[in-house]
Design a protein around this ligand. Sequence first.
Ligand code: ADP
Ligand code: 5GP
Length: 203
Amino acid sequence: MSQGCLFVVSAPSGAGKTTLLKRILAATPRIGFSVSHTTRQPRRGERDGVDYHFVDRADFLRRREHGDFLEWAEVHGNFYGTSRQAVNRVLEQGGDVVLDIDVQGARQLKGLADIDPVFLFIAPPSAHVLEQRLRGRNTDDPQVIALRLENARREMVEAEWYDYLVVNDVLAQAEALLKAIISAERCRRRRLPDGTPLPPYRA
Ligand code: ADP
Ligand code: 5GP
């Protein structure tokens, strides 16, 4: 049986990951987004069940104890986790799944041979641009922005073990690169459904 592909995407906060993933998901057939659970407060415009499942701390901890999360981490002072059940359901149906998770969560998935994820890191062109983007987004308090910038320095070091690195300078170019990576991974022979025939060929 063929199994879908798990695309694990990480980036320092403000690098443009959400912007890029929204465009990719809208334009790519047969790919789903894993909606994470978080204890963070919703930002303006975010919808429960669409951007995240917004839960309180007690609810999150209960799910964690129950083993509901494929991975989880505390990021910038809040808990975030990926629902094991939701991911497996899509993968078993042969669909691909995108996980937007931080570097700690990605590391937890690195060791799981049975799901064989592809790891993509999106980097900003510079620390200065990252700060401008976080300020320009206008969704976080200055203290929150300062924490995210400090964490970015540590997160950038982790890029070295990811399979792919995409620098999000010009948005359209970064989007094209991400689409190319997804297309290439889908063509890997080991991912093709069992029994996929080669095209007819006669010498
Ligand atoms: P993340 O999800 O990585 O935290 P966002 O997608 O929210 O980041 O992007 C942060 C800000 O930067 C947003 O205001 C977004 O519109 C802007 N942005 C994203 N990509 C680019 C780009 N390539 N050029 C300029 N601005 C960008
Ligand atoms: P934000 O609060 O800006 O939406 O996300 C903050 C960070 O949490 C981002 O790096 C994002 O990728 C990460 N994140 C979102 N969902 C999850 C998750 O389910 N697990 C982990 N480990 N990180 C997550």
